[in-house]
Each structure stands twice: as structure tokens, then as C-alpha cells.
Design a protein. Structure first.
Length: 304
């Protein structure tokens, strides 16, 4: 059975005249008649009663007409959906860890200037979840520390972000220009939600251990930097964060950490097999912005 046979049958059923139906379908009448006969043979039922003077639907033909119209309508909708999808503006699905961090918004702003018609969807997810969504194809680009990136995920380090500590106003650290890491040993430290940012927690704990102590971990948990800053502002704990988010955290004071000076590594993440122009544009923007703003320079000088 072919779609054209269904279309021919519907035309004959609506016109009840083979001549008019043939003209409507732009074929000769004999060819139309042959296709209807072929359809009836394939179905094994008689769809039309016809003589030289009239054409009428049989009961089987009337039932078949209802279904044939629905099939043709579905095909029309499917074709329209395909055309719509082809005409849809390009979209990019980008993972972010927390809306407070400013690196990815700056990169995406630059990418948007290169591709004004690009539709960008920002999805908040921890780095482990971003890895899985990149592999599954639910994300196109991610951001995070790439130390534990699985195979199949490409990365580009674009920023070494100075790490500091958030303290409440009036805290003894608030009047210092910098805070030695070892001074945190006597303070309760809030860590990120483990399922969301295990790599950041690991970085913080390793920094403390390098300074000679294991941190006293505040027992509560939060799922955002803003929520963490609220706890800090109320004097419940301190929180280590990179410099890239401090402008979005009113009510607290950020002081850079020293001994050791620490930099949190941010990388652009994407599927290694994805060479689409929009993904590569984001990677290129991260690279050029890093060079222009010196996002790697301070750390290189500190270790040089």
C-alpha cells in the first residue's frame, strides 16, 4: 500500500467521480482507476461500487475512508514538524554550576555576539551531572574542574580563579588583607553539597591538609553559593569560594587565602566528538577571553 493510493482513494470518495478525481490529482483517469483497483486487491475488500453512471462507497470503503484521512493528516503533520525543526533557530545547551559565578555568563555573552540568532539554554548542574549529560547528549557545553573528566569529554583550562574565604562583617578576619589557610583550622568550614560539587570539596580539603590540618566541617549543607553566604552572614560558618562569584554575594566580606595561595581551575567541557560550530565558538571565546583578561596569568606568575 502506498500513500498515493490512499490520496487517490480519498479524492474519488470525496468527488464520487473518477474524472473529477483524476483532474484533482493531475493524472489520467485510467491510471487512477488502476491504482484504486490495486489498492482493493491488496486489502482484499471492495471499497467502491462503481458503474458507468455512478460511484458509491461500500460499507468497507466508508470505514476505510475515515482511517485513510487520518493517516494522510498524520503524514502532513509529520512533514510540517520536520520543516519546522529544520527552520528552528540553532540552540546550545550549556551547563553551569551556580548562577553566582561570572565566567560562563561572560563567555556566553561573547558567543552570542558572534551568533546573534543562537538560542542559549543555561542549565544548573553539578560537574558529575554535567559529565553524564554531556555524554548523553543532553548538554552541549559544561564548565568545571576537569581533573576527573571521563573519557570522551574534552576540556580546555581557561581560568585559574583565586580562592578566598567568605567571612561575616565584624569577624576577626575582616580587617586582614589576606588570610593564611592555617588560620581556618579554628573555624567551622561549610562545604558544598557533595553530590553537586565533590571536586570543589576535594580541592578545599586538600588545600587545608597541605597547610597541616583537617578542616572542621560545618554539619549543615546548602545547594547554592547564595545560600552559603547567608549562613556566613549570620556567623554560623566560613566558606571558601573563588573570586569569580564574590560580586554577587552582598552581606559578607571576601578575603584571599595565602600560605598557600590557591587558584581554582575552571575548564570548558564538551564532548570530544562534537565539532559543531557553536560549541567550538564557545571554546574559542573562552580561550580568547582568558588571554584578554589574563585569567591564567596571575597563577602562572605565582608558580613561575
Amino acid at each position: 500500500m502506498e500513500l498515493r493510493q490512499l490520496r487517490y482513494f480519498v479524492s474519488v470518495s470525496e468527488e464520487l467521480n473518477f474524472g473529477r478525481a483524476a483532474a484533482r490529482e493531475h493524472i489520467v483517469q485510467s491510471a487512477l482507476s488502476q491504482q484504486i483497483q490495486r489498492l482493493e486487491r491488496e486489502l482484499g475488500v471492495r471499497l467502491l461500487d462503481r458503474t458507468t453512471h455512478y460511484v458509491a462507497l461500500t460499507p468497507a470503503g466508508a470505514a476505510f475512508l475515515v482511517e485513510a484521512r487520518q493517516i494522510l493528516a498524520h503524514v502532513t503533520r509529520a512533514a510540517q514538524a520536520a520543516r519546522t525543526a529544520q527552520d528552528t533557530l540553532p540552540a546550545l545547551r550549556v551547563g553551569i554550576i551556580d548562577a553566582s559565578y561570572d565566567s560562563m555568563p561572560q563567555i556566553l555573552h561573547e558567543a552570542q555576539a558572534l551568533y546573534p540568532d543562537l538560542v542559549i539554554h543555561q542549565l544548573e548542574a553539578g560537574v558529575p551531572e554535567q559529565y553524564q549529560q554531556l555524554i548523553d547528549g543532553r548538554l552541549d557545553v559544561g564548565i568545571g574542574r576537569a581533573a576527573q573528566a571521563p573519557s570522551g569529554i574534552a576540556s580546555h583550562l581557561f581560568r585559574q580563579d583565586r580562592l578566598g574565604v567568605l567571612v561575616p562583617r565584624g569577624h576577626r578576619f575582616a580587617d586582614l588583607d589576606t588570610v593564611p589557610v592555617e588560620a581556618l583550622a579554628r573555624e567551622p568550614l561549610l562545604l558544598a553539597e557533595e553530590m553537586k560539587a565533590p571536586e570543589f570539596n576535594q580541592f578545599t580539603v586538600e588545600m587545608c591538609r597541605a597547610a597541616g590540618f583537617t578542616p572542621t566541617v560545618y554539619e549543615g549543607t546548602v545547594d547554592s553559593v547564595h545560600a552559603a553566604s547567608a549562613l556566613v552572614a549570620h556567623g554560623r560558618c566560613l566558606y571558601c569560594v573563588p573570586s569569580s562569584c564574590i560580586s554577587a554575594l552582598p552581606g559578607t566580606i571576601w578575603r584571599p587565602l595565602t600560605d598557600p595561595v590557591s587558584y581554582y581551575p575552571w575548564s570548558i567541557l564538551w564532548r570530544a566528538t562534537d565539532d559543531s560550530p557553536h560549541v567550538q565558538a564557545v571554546v574559542a571565546c573562552a580561550r580568547s577571553m582568558s588571554q584578554r583578561l589574563g585569567w591564567l596569568t596571575a597563577a602562572e606568575q605565582a608558580t613561575g
